[in-house]
Design a protein around this ligand. Structure first.
Ligand code: LLP
Length: 418
C-alpha cells in the first residue's frame, strides 16, 4: 500500500497533485511520500515487536537526508557501506550506536572514520578485514565491535546480480570457515565480538530462504558460544522484496512471524537492514513526454528521464509500473518508453501497454524509491534531477536539481593545454 493514488483523473502524492509538484519543481523529478515511508518502517518494526530488535535502514537504497531523517525520527538505525554513507547518516542525525557497517572493500580511512564515530559494529566480510580492523583499532586505542558476515550458501531465488549469499559470491565468509574465524577474532586484542551477520540477497519474494539461512546460522551460533564468546546480536541483513508488477512477496508481518519463530529462543538482539522494502514503493519518478514515434515495428514514447535517472530497467530488465499523471481518454498503445540517452539500452519500459501519451503529458514511473536516485548518474552530461518529499498537503524540495555548472565542478583544463 502506498500513497500515490488517483483523485479523479489526477495522480496524487498524498494530498498533493503530482502535476502541481512538477509545475513548481520541473521535470523529471523524484517524489517521495513521507506517510508511505512511515507506514513501511512501522510495519517492519511491528513485525518484530515481541523481540529486542533494531531496524537499521540500508542507506544505499535511498540516501537522501530527508529519507534518513524520517526513519531516524522513528527510532531507526542505519546500515552503511562506505564513509560517504556514514557521513550522510551523521548529517541526518543517526545515533552512532545504531550504525552497522557492511561491505567487502572497506578502506583504512573509512575504518578509522567509523571507529572515531563510535559505530555499533563492523560486519566483517573477509579474513584480512578482521586483521585490518584489529590493527587500526589498536593504533587508535579503540575496541572495534564486530560481527562476521557469514555466507550461508542459500539461494534466495532472485536476480543473479542481487544474489549475495551463494558460495560463489564475493560477500561474507563461507559458513564452513566462519567458526575458525571467530576463533581468530577472539585472539585479537582490539576486537569485541558482538554478533553474527548475514545478508543473502535482495528482492526476495519468499520467506523460506531466510529461514534456511537462519537454520544454518543457528548451528554456527552454538559453536561460537561453545568457544566462550558472548554474542549479543544477530544481524539478518535486508532483502525482503516488494511488488513491482505481479510479484507476491510476503508481508512484513509474515516475514516477522517466521523469523521470530526461528530466533526467539536464541536470546539475541535482532538487527535488520531493510532498504527496498521501506522505500521502494514510497517513491516515483515523474518525467514528461517529449516526442512520440510510431514505428513500423514499434511505438516509442520518448521522455525526458533516462537510464541515467533510473538505471534499473537497463541494468536488470526491471519492471516499473507506468501511469499517466493525468488520465486521458485516448486509449492505450503498446510502446517502449525510452529516454534521451544515446544507447539502445536506455528504456524505462519495454513492449508495454501504456496510456496513449501525447507530447507534454506527464508520465509516472512507479516503485522508484529504492535504487532509483542513488544509482543515477550524470551520463550524457545530464544534471541529476530534483527530489521532493510530500507530507500530507505539503511538499518540499529535498535535493535541488543539479545545474550545468555542477557538471564541471572540480574539473580543470591543465596548464599544458593552454
Ligand atoms: N544489507 C546489505 C549488506 C546489502 O548488501 C543490501 C543490498 C541490503 C542490506 C539492503 O537490501 P534490500 O533490503 O534493499 O533488498 N541495485 C539493486 C539492489 C542491490 C542490493 C544490494 N544490497 C536493485 O536496484 O535492485
Amino acid at each position: 500500500m502506498n500513497h500515490f493514488q488517483y483523485q479523479g483523473d489526477q495522480l496524487f502524492a498524498e494530498d498533493v497533485a503530482v502535476k502541481d509538484i512538477v509545475a513548481s519543481v520541473g521535470s523529471p523529478v523524484y517524489i517521495y511520500s513521507r506517510a508511505t515511508l512511515v507506514r513501511h518502517f512501522k510495519a517492519m518494526d511491528d513485525a518484530f515487536a515481541t523481540l529486542p530488535h533494531t531496524i537499521c535502514y540500508s542507506v544505499k537504497a535511498n540516501s537522501n537526508l530527508a529519507v534518513l531523517r524520517t526513519f531516524i525520527n522513528l527510532g531507526g538505525g542505519v546500515d552503511i557501506v562506505s564513509g560517504g554513507e556514514l557521513y550522510r547518516a551523521l548529517q541526518a542525525g543517526a545515533d552512532p550506536a545504531q550504525i552497522v557497517y557492511s561491505g567487502v572493500g572497506k578502506r583504512d580511512d573509512e575504518i578509522e572514520y567509523a571507529l572515531h564515530t563510535g559505530i555499533l559494529m563492523f560486519n566483517v566480510e573477509s579474513e584480512q578485514e578482521l586483521e585490518r580492523i584489529d590493527v587500526i583499532a589498536g593504533r587508535l586505542g579503540k575496541r572495534a565491535g564486530i560481527a562476521i558476515r557469514v555466507n550461508p550458501d542459500v539461494d534466495p531465488e532472485t536476480h543473479p546480480y542481487i544474489t549475495t549469499g551463494l558460495k560463489k559470491a564475493k560477500f561474507g565468509i563461507n559458513i564452513e570457515r566462519a567458526l575458525e574465524q571467530y576463533g581468530r577474532a577472539k585472539e585479537m586484542a582490539n576486537l569485541e565480538i558482538l554478533g553474527v551477520d548475514c545478508h543473502i540477497g535482495s528482492q526476495l519474494t519468499k520467506v523460506s530462504p531466510f529461514v534456511d539461512a537462519i537454520r544454518k546460522l543457528k548451528r554456527l551460533i552454538s559453536g561460537v558460544r561453545e568457544m566462550g564468546i558472548d554474542l549479543k546480536y544477530l544481524d539478518l541483513g535486508g532483502g525482503l522484496g516488494i511488488q513491482y508488477h505481479d510479484e507476491d512477496p510476503p508481508l512484513p508481518s509474515d516475514y516477522g512471524t517466521s523469523i521470530t519463530e526461528e530466533t526467539q529462543d536464541l536470546g539475541l538482539h535482532l538487527i535488520f537492514e531493510p532498504g527496498r522494502n521501506l522505500v521502494g514503493n514510497a517513491g516515483i519518478l515523474v518525467g514528461t513526454c517529449l516526442y512520440t514515434k510510431r514505428g513500423e515495428e514499434k511505438n516509442f514514447v520518448i521522455v525526458d528521464a533516462g537510464m541515467n535517472d533510473l538505471a534499473r530497467p537497463a541494468l536488470y530488465g526491471s519492471f516499473h509500473g507506468v501511469q499517466a499523471v493525468q488520465k486521458n481518454q485516448d486509449g492505450v498503445v503498446t510502446a517502449d518508453i525510452v529516454g534521451p540517452i544515446c544507447e539502445s539500452g536506455d528504456f524505462l519500459a519495454k513492449d508495454r501497454e501504456v496510456p496513449n501519451f501525447k507530447v507534454g503529458d506527464l508520465v509516472a514511473f512507479m516503485s522508484a524509491g529504492a535504487y532509483g536516485f542513488t544509482m543515477s548518474s550524470n551520463y550524457n552530461s545530464r544534471p541529476r534531477v530534483a527530489e521532493v518529499m510530500v507530507s500530507g498537503d505539503r511538499f518540499e524540495i529535498v535535493r535541488e536539481r543539479e545545474q550545468v555548472e555542477d557538471l564541471v565542478r572540480g574539473e580543470k583544463i591543465p596548464s599544458f593545454l593552454n
